[in-house]
Design a protein around this ligand. Structure first.
Ligand code: KG4
Ligand code: ZN
Length: 332
């Protein structure tokens, strides 16, 4: 079965053709990052307009790379929530137009379910149930994937998402938006024990809080600047990254132990972080847990993950009418 996957929830216009939820025939991603970088973050109105300009071409490119026509497609999967509402509407309405014109079923896909499904593409042996950390620019969740279309949130961030914390810390250190990946690169030549950062204390054991950590790094940099001191940026990046990775790992592995999971997956933009990947590989190895990480190309937003999850949603009967609306925030 061939599923078209359409993604436009933030600043990537993406379209893919995926077979049976696992095999990618085409995966085209057009990033708007260069333009948003000028403003230090994603500007929703600009993002929506760029999606509207790009989407037809990205769709044509995906079909052409897959060597397919619309008539070969069995279902149209599209991200309908959560995300920037104007951005979501561009992808959803494009998908509705295709569905209306062709009679091909429309399958609404939750963006976070899509991120989790990126792992099905990379790992043919991965099947639910498993425990998944979903860490992106807007979310940090520990989620039980009970089945392909059934989920339970075990923990979530109380304030900033992990990606947001990376980006804000990076901006304080002088990196341009989105700074997470640049902070990661600088961290590789730094000492992760050079700076001590506070550990957030929460009464709910699987929840996260990153705002204190973010404030700590901002204060450190501002105090040094006021005193005319130059901080060792690589050490600062390595220490900050190590702290975030340790918090994410600690909570995920605690939840895995308490809930009896020995199969762990990670998803979302932050799953590209080398410190997080390294620490998870080491600790899951020591515990004998099976760890599944998406390849770097599938960590960020893409259409293939939506096509993959779209297949499982379609198999579960989760299709929609043309009355389907987009939703800026929606539980998984
Ligand atoms: O999943 P994603 O592409 O978009 C959302 O759904 O939010 O995640 C983007 C987030 C950004 O905050 C970005 O800085 C972060 O993922 N990110 C990273 C790395 N690569 C992307 N954070 C830390 N280290 C990285 N290597
Ligand atoms: Zn995302």
């Amino acid at each position: 079965m061939l599923v078209l996957g359409i993604e436009s929830s933030c600043d990537e216009t993406a379209c893919a053709v995926v077979e049976d939820g696992r095999i990618v025939h085409a995966n085209i991603v057009a990033s708007q990052i260069e333009e948003h970088r000028l403003y230090g973050g994603v500007v929703p109105e600009i993002a929506s307009r760029r999606h509207a300009e790009a989407i037809s071409q990205i769709y044509e490119q995906a079909l052409s790379e897959a060597g397919a026509g619309l008539g070969d497609i069995d279902a149209i999967g599209v991200t309908y929530a959560p995300g920037l509402i104007g951005c979501l509407l561009v992808g959803l309405n494009f998908a509705k137009g295709l569905s209306y014109a062709s009679g091909i079923p429309l399958v609404p896909v939750h963006h976070l379910r899509g991120h989790i499904a990126a792992n099905y593409i990379a790992h043919p042996d991965l099947k639910p149930p498993f425990l998944c950390l979903v860490a992106s620019g807007g979310h940090s969740h520990i989620i039980e994937a009970l089945d392909y279309t059934s989920f339970r949130v075990v923990g979530r961030t109380r304030d900033d998402a992990a990606g947001e914390a990376f980006d804000k810390a990076a901006r304080t250190m002088g990196f341009s938006y989105p700074g997470g990946v640049q902070l990661d690169r600088a961290a590789q030549s730094g000492d992760p024990t050079a700076f001590a950062f506070p550990t957030p204390r929460l009464d709910t054991p699987y929840d996260f809080s990153f705002s204190g950590l973010k404030t700590a790094v901002i204060n450190l940099v501002h105090n040094a600047t006021q005193k005319g001191q130059q901080l060792p940026v690589e050490d600062l990046c390595a220490s900050f990254q190590n702290k975030v990775a340790t918090i994410l790992c600690d909570k995920l592995l605690l939840a895995a132990r308490d809930l009896g999971y020995r199969t762990i997956a990670v998803a979302g933009g932050v799953s590209a972080n080398s410190g997080l990947r390294g620490q998870l590989e080491r600790r899951c190895g020591e515990l004998g847990y099976a760890l599944y990480l998406p390849p770097l190309a599938l960590c960020g937003d893409n259409g293939a993950m939506i096509g993959a999850q779209g297949y499982y949603e379609y198999c579960a009967g989760n299709t929609a009418s043309l009355a389907q609306n987009a939703c800026a925030s929606l539980p998984i």
